[in-house]
Design a protein around this ligand. Sequence first.
Ligand code: FE2
Ligand code: FE2
Length: 290
Amino acid sequence: MPMHAARPLNLAELKARHVTLPVCPSVFLKLQELMQQPKTTCGDLQKVIALEPALAAQVLKTANSAMFGLKRSVCSIDEAVLRLGLNEIWVVASALNAKQAYGAAGGWSEFNQNQWAHSLKMGLLAKALGERLNQQTADVFFTAGLLHDIGKQLFHVVDPAYADRTLDGLVHGHYLCDQEREAFGATHPQLGAELLRDWKVPAPVTRLVESHHKDPIEDSGLARSRCSFALANELAHNPKWTPEKGMTALPGKVPAETVLEIVMISREECLALAAAMHARAEQLLASGSA
Ligand SMILES: [Fe+2]
Ligand SMILES: [Fe+2]
């Protein structure tokens, strides 16, 4: 895999290159089909849009844009869909369609498919763990979970060889961040958060995206929330995760037992949750890919 000398990759550079995130073609077709049916409701759209990170991010961006600027900002994808309504979703979808058609996104690859599956699993697991705190946290966690690795998609568009580093899951977490810093002068949490901030996605979401590979107990006031989100990422990578295997994605090397204690969850509950959410994600992925 080609490793470049460190060159800072930032949003300005990506914008100058007109980088566009690819949307899963089958999910996109589903959305188009729905838009052509007169009986389609916002609820139908919510189900499809919440399946796909790039699509969800675009809808959040529009819902939080100046056009809707007089209202409070939204973290929840369902709320963003409601705010936009059917007509505006159609405008967003058409614009994305035009970009995909011009090939600006570089197509849909195995890397994109793997990232999609991981993001959906992470979104569902984060939501389930967030529900143990409160409903508002669950909504923020779902959005942040779905979008947490969006920076990887950006790196991949810029450098397709990036996929080699992550495809087999051998390098992830803070080890991957170290490689990214070396290759691009930035990490995927930094770049992803920068993009989402630029799109006016609210701070509760961007902060989780930005910190998802940082020591989750460095800020004691947020420890339960940060540990829950970090645990969701671990379980999304590995449903058979056990405390003995440690928190491999965390730079703080926080003992896993400590994380379980802070999250207030037993290892049995953890494994049951992981199995249920992986199964749910597989179902959704199959329906979205059909
Ligand atoms: Fe990550
Ligand atoms: Fe992840």
